[in-house]
Write a protein that binds this ligand. Structure first.
Ligand SMILES: [Zn+2]
Length: 52
């Protein structure tokens, strides 16, 4: 399954939501989204230390 929100695969056993969309004709389709999408990896971000 592919999450329609982040376009990343939903791993088996990972919690997800189903969104059913009715079609005008024929069977509808079901979209899946993570319950919590993984955040995209940010590169080049310096670790913010000594903020306290
Ligand atoms: Zn997602």
């Amino acid at each position: 399954m592919i999450c329609v929100r982040c376009q990343q695969g939903i791993a088996p056993g990972e919690p997800y939501n189903e969104h059913y969309h009715e079609a005008a004709s024929g069977p509808g389709c079901t979209n899946y989204t993570h319950k919590k999408c993984p955040e995209p990896k940010r590169r080049g971000r310096p670790a913010a230390g000594a903020s306290r």
